[in-house]
Design a protein around this ligand. Sequence first.
Ligand SMILES: Nc1ncnc2c1ncn2[C@@H]1O[C@H](COP(=O)(O)OP(=O)(O)OP(=O)(O)O)[C@@H](O)[C@H]1O
Length: 585
Amino acid sequence: MNQLPIADRRETLRWLRGELRARWGEAAGAFAVGLLAAAAGVTPVYALGVLVDRVRAGAPASDIVGITIVIVVAAIVAGVTTALSSYLIARLGGRILAALREDVVARAVTLPATRLERIGKGELMSRVGPDVAAVNKAVTDVLPTMTSSVLLAALSVAAMAGIDWRLGLAGLVTAPLYVLALRWYLPRSGPGYAVERAAVGERSQLLLESVQGLRTVHAYRLETPHLRGIDAASARARDVSVNVFSLFTRFVGRINRAEFAGLTVIVVTGFLLVRDGSVTVGGTAAAAVLFHRLFNPVSMLLYTFDELQAGGAGLARLVGVVTIPDERPATVEGQSPSDSSLELAGVRFGYPGGPEVLHGVSLRIEAGQRVALVGSTGAGKSTLAAVAAGILQPAAGSAGVGGMPVAHMGPELLRSQVVIITQETHVFAGELIEDLRLARPGATDAEIDAALATVGAADWVRALPEGVRTVVGEGGHELTAARAQQIALARLVLADPAVAILDEATAEAGSYGARDLEDSALAATAGRTTLVVAHRLTQARSADRVVVLEDGRVAEEGGHDELLLAGGRYAQLWAAWESRTPTFP
Ligand SMILES: Nc1ncnc2c1ncn2[C@@H]1O[C@H](COP(=O)(O)OP(=O)(O)OP(=O)(O)O)[C@@H](O)[C@H]1O
């Protein structure tokens, strides 16, 4: 499956119900205020009907003043509560969406590495980008209007039925006409908008290409064909836009017809009811005004329906991610690593759809030992490191710490046992100290300072504008690759795992920086069982043991000197390395 899943309607609704239940107080509050707003909105019209009857009956002026006061107060209450209910609904929706977005990211980063890779960054980014934007628009713009329109419509029809049940029924006559109009419009508008977007996109693309390739256009005298192309694309975009707009006006026409039919039915029903004496003139007038007042909110509701649909589709895509079952193992009860030795036994692994990369690799590192993994490019070193760290699950064989397979460790235990540092050390945007605390959330300032000192970063960190409080990463103080590596090593010290795996942790920097980093890496891993993927063979020389991996198999194993003497693959790699780097070490 190369895509993240999309939840179906039932799943999405179930999720939404769960969220609303979890925030039921807030949801009930927003609903109650909305209901009050709708009631306050209906009251003036109802009062107007009473006013008509009183005036017709020649009531004294004092009567009229009383009703006028009711109308004014109700209008003010309606204004205030409508604004408040919109705010409350948008806030509730915004909070749910924010939590959902966090859940999506949290769930996505815990997906198995191979699956994430297959899915691709673009797919994930589209979920947290455009999908969230679509839901956000629906939540902040559409949902408050929609809720107040629906409540107002419901209460208006109830009020009409309260005047006389036949008037209520007459008010409902339009409902199927609205539904028909929507069912006509929606299947046409979606594809229509898509074609419009594509045509506009094509026009922009052509314009951009012509501007970017201006020199080429001039050089080959391509002005006329290019202008013709832009003309044609513009004409297409214009025609499509006109089509889409005329579709919309036809939709509006259908809505107007529904309104006309509804109002006619109400007035005729009212006339008949007044004639037979069951309803007063004021009652009929109130029913007609109540209905007429719904034109605007109901039209808004219908016009924004496709945005609501887009929001719903976005929501289904987000819920699809959070409801992916968490397949990470839970810690097997009663098991715990007996020591900090690392053992890989008969590990076989191939990336999905590709050939086998590791063909049964076995390797044991005693507690506290340091082993360097060397080999040519593509031998499988990084893959083996990722298997050892529990990031990749082997097809056969196992990786374990202190006799306990990493596959039996839950995320918490695994994090306390094995930490891997790869070349892609990301510095998260924010204060440096927060970046470090990712490794140990409760770390004190003193512990942070000690970790920085261990990796030799204390001096340059102190010299930053705000020390450890300096904002680093994107938009902040940019750290060099070597410094980012040192921060990663300081995080390793804070995480304090039994086993450290360094994959090319020092390969980034130039020779002299690399030597400093090697010292940092040695200090950070002192006392830990360590597996180093050594691209710089000086790292191999300082290790207790060297393992040479070739084509996914262990080719040689032993101490640096011993392997040099043996004159095998390692001796070749070492000779090549020395001839390449005459100035270092
Ligand atoms: N994410 C991936 N998806 C598919 N194939 C991969 C992936 N990563 C590595 N490979 C393939 O697996 C094989 C082993 O790669 P690996 O990166 O483990 O080797 P390496 O010894 O670490 O190489 P290098 O020294 O260049 O980092 C290579 O053939 C590589 O093309």
